[in-house]
Design a protein around this ligand. Structure first.
Ligand SMILES: N[C@@H](CCC(=O)N[C@@H](CS)C(=O)NCC(=O)O)C(=O)O
Length: 205
């Protein structure tokens, strides 16, 4: 079997990096460097035409989008390790949170960052859009906080790769500098997830 992960530290590839390390499957890690344009080189665009990370290549098939990769890795390797539910309703529960994270919470965070961040040219910044996005972020965080209020992990008593995916994304939410103090259940859950040895390993890059 050949499994290759194209990643960059502290990027959208971090959830994937966290998940693949939790799974403990042998893989090759290829570190990409945005500054040198390595994601835009023709040889990489053949693997991922989006020119972004993460990208996973499994036995010659390339898979992009972190949510798709999380579900794929879970299905392929996570069930036997007790880190992803087998096919059935609990699997649906897992998929719902992974997709929600990217397309609902993540969409609001991206909108907010585009309207405010130093990474984005100032002429694109837009205060009303930022306020609108912030409201949406807070609404989504309230949903996640309520979900985590009475259980240690998203799927129940056990840590799963769903937690790795969302806890990693939650770091991105913290870049907004929005006050996250009201979300006590999220805070306690994120601390539990980040106490895992894999988190320290991937944070080192
Ligand atoms: N929706 C994609 C987002 C991927 C993405 O935007 N990756 C960024 C890093 S956070 C990237 O590779 N940027 C490099 C570039 O645009 O050159 C996912 O979740 O995988």
């Amino acid at each position: 079997m050949s499994l290759t992960l194209y990643y960059a530290p502290h990027s959208s590839a971090t959830p994937t990096h966290w998940i693949i390390e939790e799974l403990g499957v042998p893989y090759e890690a290829v570190k990409m460097d945005f500054a040198s344009g390595s994601t835009r080189k023709p040889e990489y665009l053949k693997i991922n035409p989006n020119g972004k990370v993460p990208c996973l290549v499994h036995d010659g098939t390339s898979i992009f989008e972190s949510a798709a990769i999380a579900m794929y890795l879970g299905e392929m390797f996570g069930v036997e390790k007790g880190l992803y539910p087998k096919a059935g309703p609990k699997r649906g529960d897992a998929m719902k949170w992974i997709v929600w994270c990217n397309v609902s919470l993540g969409e609001a965070v991206s909108r907010y960052m585009h309207a405010t961040s130093d990474w984005v040219p100032k002429e694109i910044h837009h205060e009303p859009s930022a306020a609108h996005a912030k409201k949406s972020i807070l609404e989504h965080l309230a949903i996640l906080d309520a979900e985590l209020a009475n259980k240690p992990y998203l799927l129940g008593e056990q840590f799963s790769i769903v937690d790795a995916h969302l806890a990693s994304w939650f770091e991105y939410v913290s870049y907004t500098k929005i006050d996250l103090a009201p979300f006590k259940a999220i805070d306690a859950w994120a601390a539990r997830c980040k106490a895992r040895p894999v988190y320290a390993k991937i944070s080192a890059g």
